[in-house]
Ligand binder design. Structure first.
Ligand code: BGC
Length: 432
């Protein structure tokens, strides 16, 4: 776990916003964002990103039709808010839509700090929403497998829902066979977070805060978690996590987005080519609890060190671990330094040419290939999400770390600040 004592950077959110952003904010005063400054010039966003104009000029020179389209129709950087409904207990939910100068658009809501959509151009400029999810809040309120969600207080599994900390045994809510999964029955994904949106030099952002009370779902300590989504002009979706506690606790935060780079609902993800920069993975038992071993991927279907189609070995009946997971549902022990943001994984969809790269400072990545999707959930555009319609790359600490002293520690103590960054970066290429 990366622990640091950095200053609170929330002040960045009070920097002046591009006009389009501020126009959006004038419709919503609940956020306490500064009102629009009359002196602010139109298209302030272009001033912020002068290289956009230079890029457009370079594109024109290449004569590429798709790139020329970018020049003809400059896209302003925007951040819009709109009401997205109410929870059954009457709490207001707001949807924040962030758009960058390249036309990439994401939406985030304060229910579950959920990333509800990621709209990405392909190599021809055609946009598709690559994140599985729902058209309205109702779909997210029903039982659903954590689509787009921020997962906590402990993402992934804790064996038998028990762990010992400072000599005391804690008993968690059990919600996955005999085990605790993804923070319990009402984890962070089902809570309403407070939200603050604005703009930083890095791009439009939404900062979401949730205070989890001492004892919630069985976890000790009052834990304050801040998740910030920032949409960069390099087509990166940066997710920054920050947390502090008033008593010793355990913590593992992730984002549980399901991706299909052909577009959500467009069939399975079996043809995506995936690279995972991991020499080892965590074998599991029949309850998907790691055995504690860090096994070499060499000669197994878990070797993604060079690009391989997800579907190439996913039904390898000769591999015990594939059988236990019903496909891929395993933690990969990422190469490189735990605590340092590095490239962890990459996926490319061959027809659209869309590429997603995952960067993280976390030690692990749960590669889950939607093996439990079974058509029972109806998602965006009324499409039923079938088996392996999406894949997740959940950056994380290793599952069941509270019971595995040999794994990197997940203990957070009062006075420490947990900080972590994960980036999903999108691009498209037609060449390969
Ligand atoms: C887990 C899966 C689980 C899915 C949805 C993943 O993180 O590894 O086993 O089915 O989340 O809950």
């Amino acid at each position: 776990m990366r622990i640091a004592s950095r200053r609170n950077r929330a002040g960045r959110f009070l920097t002046p916003l591009p006009r389009v952003v501020q126009m959006a904010f004038t419709t919503s005063n609940a956020l306490g964002v500064e009102p629009e400054k009359p002196a602010m010039k139109e298209r302030a966003s272009n001033k912020r990103f002068p290289w956009v104009a230079a890029l457009a000029a370079a594109m024109l020179l290449t004569g590429c039709a798709e790139q020329a389209a970018v020049k003809e129709k400059p896209v302003p950087v925007t951040l819009e808010t709109k009401p997205f409904g109410k929870t059954p207990s009457g709490e207001d939910v707001t949807l924040y839509t962030l758009r960058n100068a390249q036309g990439l658009e994401i939406a985030v809501m304060n229910y579950g700090a959920i990333l509800t959509s990621v709209k990405v151009p392909d190599s021809q400029g055609r946009i598709a929403d690559v994140a599985l999810g729902f058209d309205s809040l109702d779909g997210y309120l029903e039982k659903q497998p954590y689509m787009g969600a921020t997962v906590g207080r402990y993402a992934n599994r804790i064996a038998k829902g028990k762990f010992v900390l400072n000599g005391k045994t804690y008993t968690l809510a059990i919600n996955n066979g005999a085990n605790a999964l993804h923070g319990g029955i009402k984890g962070f994904d089902k809570r309403v977070w407070s939200a603050k949106a604005g703009n930083s030099d890095a791009g439009p952002s939404v900062e979401l805060t949730y205070v989890s009370s001492d004892g919630e779902e069985g976890y000790p300590g009052t834990l304050t978690t801040v998740v910030t989504y920032t949409l960069g002009n390099d087509n990166s979706v940066r997710i920054h996590y920050k947390a502090a506690t008033d008593a010793d606790t355990v913590l593992n935060l992730t984002n549980h987005s399901y991706f299909n780079l052909a577009g959500a609902g467009k069939g399975t993800i079996l043809d995506h080519m995936v690279t995972i920069y991991a020499d080892r993975f965590s074998p599991v038992d029949s309850g998907l609890i790691p055995t504690g071993e860090r096994k070499s991927v060499e000669g197994t279907p878990f070797d993604f060190r060079t690009p391989a189609a997800i579907g190439a070995r996913i039904d390898d009946t000769g591999d015990e671990q594939i059988k236990l997971g019903g496909g891929y549902d395993h933690n990969f022990v990422l190469n490189g330094d735990n605590g340092k943001v590095r490239l962890a994984a990459k996926a490319r969809e061959p027809v659209s040419g869309r590429v997603m790269e995952v960067f993280t400072d976390q030690p692990g990545l749960q590669f889950y290939t939607g093996n439990f999707l079974d058509g029972s959930v109806t998602g965006k555009d009324g499409v039923r999400y079938g088996k392996r319609f999406g894949f997740c790359m959940e950056t994380q600490h290793f599952p069941d770390s509270p019971n595995k002293p040999e794994f990197p520690s997940v203990v957070l103590k009062p006075g420490q600040t947990f900080e972590s960054t994960t980036i999903y970066k999108f691009s498209a290429d037609a060449s390969k």
